[in-house]
Ligand binder design. Structure first.
Ligand SMILES: NC(=O)c1ccc[n+]([C@@H]2O[C@H](COP(=O)([O-])OP(=O)(O)OC[C@H]3O[C@@H](n4cnc5c(N)ncnc54)[C@H](OP(=O)(O)O)[C@@H]3O)[C@@H](O)[C@H]2O)c1
Length: 266
C-alpha cells in the first residue's frame, strides 16, 4: 500500500473538469494540476477557457516536471456530440481518462409559477443531462486500467428545499440520485462515483444569481460565512484521490457553519 500522503495525490492522473472557465471548476482544475494531474477544462466558449489552460501551463513550465499540463476544449455539456469530442480529445492528448468532474452548472432565481417551460428545461439540461452525457461518454475510459472516479457537483438545494430554486433543486436532486445509482452499477468496473453538495460559495455565477459580490463577501458585508471555490476544490481533490477509495455513492455537503439554519437531512 502506498504511503498515506501519496494516497491524497493525483499525480499522473488525467482529469476532465467541465465548466472550468470560472468559479469552482477553475479552482478544481488549478488544484488538480498543481497536484500533478493533467487536466482538460471545458466551457461553452473557447476564449473563456483558454486563459485557464494558459495559466496552468505557465505554472507547469515554471515547476519543471511536478505540475500537470492543461488542454482547453470548447464543449457545451448539453450537446452529446460535443461531449464525445471532449472525451476523444482528452484520450488523444493524454492517453486516457481517470477522473471526471461534472461541474458545469447554472441557475436563476424565480418563483415556481414564474419559471417558463424553456427556463425549466434549460436548467435541467445543463445540470442533469450534462452530467448524464459526460458520465456516459467517459465511462469506458474511466473503467480502463486502475479504475476511475467521478465527482459530481450537486448543491444543498438538491438535498432540501430552497426557495425560488425549484428547477435547480430538482435537477441537483437528480444528480444526487444518479450518483448513487451509478456508484452501484459501476462498482464492479472499479469506478467510484461521489458528489459534493456545496452551500453558498462566492463565484462569478453566484454573484450574478444572488447579487452578492466577491468584494462584499471579503469585507464581511454578508451575515453568514460564505465558502470559497478553493474550499470546494479541496473536497473534490479528496474524492478524486485514492484517499477516498472506500467511498462511493456518497454526497458530501460542504457548507460551513450553519448559523441558525439546519444541516441537510435534519
Ligand atoms: N457557487 C455556489 O454557491 C454553488 C452552490 C452549490 C452548487 N454549485 C454548483 O457548483 C458548480 C459550479 O458553480 P459556480 O458557482 O462555480 O458556477 P459559475 O461561476 O457560474 O461557473 C459555471 C461554469 O460552467 C460553465 N458552463 C455553464 N453552462 C455550461 C454548459 N452548458 N456547458 C459547459 N460549460 C458550461 C461556465 O462557463 P461558460 O459560461 O464559459 O460556458 C462556467 O465555467 C455548478 O454545478 C453549481 O450548480 C455552486
Amino acid at each position: 500500500m502506498s504511503a498515506p500522503a501519496d494516497r491524497f495525490s493525483l499525480a499522473g492522473d488525467v482529469a476532465v473538469i467541465t465548466g472550468a472557465s470560472s468559479g469552482i471548476g477553475r479552482a478544481i482544475a488549478e488544484q488538480f494540476a498543481a497536484d500533478g494531474a493533467d487536466v482538460v477544462v471545458c466551457s461553452r466558449e473557447q476564449e473563456n477557457v483558454d486563459p485557464v489552460a494558459d495559466g496552468v501551463n505557465e505554472a507547469a513550465e515554471a515547476a519543471d516536471g511536478d505540475h500537470g499540463r492543461c488542454l482547453a476544449v470548447e464543449c457545451d455539456v448539453t450537446d452529446r456530440d460535443a461531449v464525445d469530442a471532449l472525451v476523444e480529445a482528452t484520450v488523444e492528448e493524454f492517453g486516457g481518462l481517470d477522473v471526471l468532474v461534472n461541474n458545469a452548472g447554472a441557475s436563476f432565481m424565480a418563483g415556481f409559477e414564474d419559471i417558463s417551460e424553456n427556463g425549466w428545461k434549460t436548467i435541467v439540461d445543463i445540470n442533469l443531462h450534462g452530467t448524464f452525457h459526460c458520465a456516459q461518454a467517459a465511462g469506458e475510459h474511466l473503467a480502463d486500467g486502475d479504475g476511475g472516479a467521478i465527482v459530481n457537483l450537486a448543491s444543498v438545494a438538491g438535498q432540501r428545499a430552497a426557495q425560488y430554486m425549484s428547477h435547480y433543486g430538482a435537477a441537483k436532486a437528480g444528480v444526487i440520485n444518479l450518483t448513487e445509482t451509478l456508484a452501484l452499477e459501476w462498482a464492479g468496473r472499479d469506478v467510484r462515483v461521489n458528489c459534493i453538495a456545496p452551500g453558498f460559495v462566492a463565484t462569478p455565477g453566484v454573484e450574478t444569481q444572488m447579487g452578492v459580490s466577491a468584494d462584499e463577501v471579503e469585507r464581511g458585508d454578508v451575515d453568514r460565512r460564505i465558502g470559497t471555490s478553493e474550499e470546494i476544490a479541496d473536497v473534490a481533490r479528496f474524492l478524486a484521490s485514492d484517499a477516498a477509495s472506500y467511498m462511493t455513492g456518497e454526497t458530501v455537503a460542504a457548507q460551513g457553519v450553519p448559523q441558525g439554519e439546519q444541516l441537510p437531512n435534519q
